[in-house]
Design a binder for this molecule. Structure first.
Ligand SMILES: Cc1cc2nc3c(=O)[nH]c(=O)nc-3n(C[C@H](O)[C@H](O)[C@H](O)COP(=O)(O)O)c2cc1C
Length: 330
């Protein structure tokens, strides 16, 4: 069993990574049904939260059926972060996660996200203050370092542990790498192998096959895998990894009817949550993965990603089901 404060997770848990515009309540519902053990919200701006900005506040929406769930926040200003943590604590998640890994320019230029990897003392100071401010377990998600020459993740993780975080998730890339190249899990294993570390260390980056998850556990000795892109439009990934871990065998991929049903539910949940306009818009990015690999699918996908009316998107899904009901997914 893996413990984050009072939160108990099974051995080698699978975590749904926080992903902006992706890991919202509709998508999390599907991932939870398929076996995600711990999920995080999209990152939420501390500045936005304390300004009561609608775009930030709606991201606090969490539901009982999603537990255990972590809310992720980002920022680098002590006052804003402390006020934000009060707001998040009052919302009642199981965990609060601090984003020290976002590589996007508008975030790092304010020293937030991965920007803070250039100022480790500030990172530690902020974390310590946040841990003291809330009764909830605080976790951190970060990258290996700012760039290749400044990878000090073993020391950083230990210092964050020493000020009270209860788990750390590490994306095996530097900020400078953004999403290029391959994630390097070796430095993450070094964090785990540090004899002073006693909190769970989760690996992240490029877990895109069940075999990769098993490698992360067996060859790198990590406590769990955090999964991002492989789940976008493919929530079944969690179930497939779990099945492979349990049996050493691959589950057959979901058939067309299953995919259409998930896409329909996804869209309906998004509409129920955010209204038709945003629901239709924000579900678009998932369709190419739901229906990946189907030859001559373009006309159907085009309709799904260009229609503004939900009824038209649902109709395109029904037409796609009729046309490809027997398609054998590889
Ligand atoms: C569309 C998208 C949005 C993301 N948003 C966030 C975010 O809000 N917070 C965060 O910590 N990381 C975010 N990430 C990074 C992921 O959590 C993860 O670290 C990264 O994608 C590597 O894992 P993967 O190879 O499994 O996708 C985002 C990634 C993507 C692709």
């Amino acid at each position: 069993m893996v413990k984050i404060g009072a939160v108990e997770l099974p051995d080698f848990p699978l975590l749904l990574a926080p992903m902006e515009d992706v890991s919202d309540p509709p998508f999390r519902t599907l991932c939870k049904e398929q076996g995600a053990d711990l999920m995080y919200t999209e990152f939420i701006s501390s500045e936005g939260l304390i300004r009561d900005a609608a775009k930030s506040v709606i991201k606090l929406d969490i539901y009982e059926k999603e537990r255990p769930i972590g809310i992720q926040i980002f920022g680098a200003e002590m006052d804003s972060m402390l006020q934000a943590i009060d707001i998040v604590t009052a919302t009642g998640p199981d965990i609060i996660d601090i984003n020290f890994g976002c590589p996007v320019k508008k975030v790092v230029c304010k020293n937030a996200g991965a920007g803070i990897l250039r100022d480790i003392p500030l990172m530690v100071k902020l974390t310590e203050a946040m841990v003291k401010r809330t009764h909830l377990p605080v976790t951190v998600k970060t990258r290996l370092g700012w760039d290749h020459n400044s990878i000090r993740i073993v020391e950083v993780a230990e210092r964050l542990q020493d000020v009270g975080i209860q788990a750390i998730s590490i994306h095996g890339r530097t900020r400078v790498q953004m999403y290029k190249g391959h994630a390097d899990w070796k430095p993450i294993a070094e964090v785990k192998n540090n004899p002073r570390m006693h909190i769970p260390v989760f690996g992240n980056g490029d877990v895109d096959t069940p075999e990769a998850a098993v490698r992360m556990r067996d060859a790198y000795g990590l406590d769990g895998a955090m999964i991002g892109r492989a789940s976008i439009g493919y929530p079944w990934f969690f179930r497939e990894v779990k099945h492979f871990i349990a049996t050493g065998e691959h589950l057959p991929p979901p058939d067309m009817a299953t995919r259409v049903e998930a896409a329909r539910r996804h869209l309906q949940m998004a509409i129920d949550w955010k209204g038709e306009k945003l629901g239709v818009l924000e579900t678009r990015r998932h369709y190419s993965n739901y229906f990946k690999g189907i030859p001559n699918f373009k006309p159907y996908r085009s309709k799904m990603v260009t229609s503004d009316e939900a009824s038209e998107v649902f109709a395109a899904m029904d037409e796609a089901l009729e046309a490809f009901a027997d398609y054998a997914f590889a």
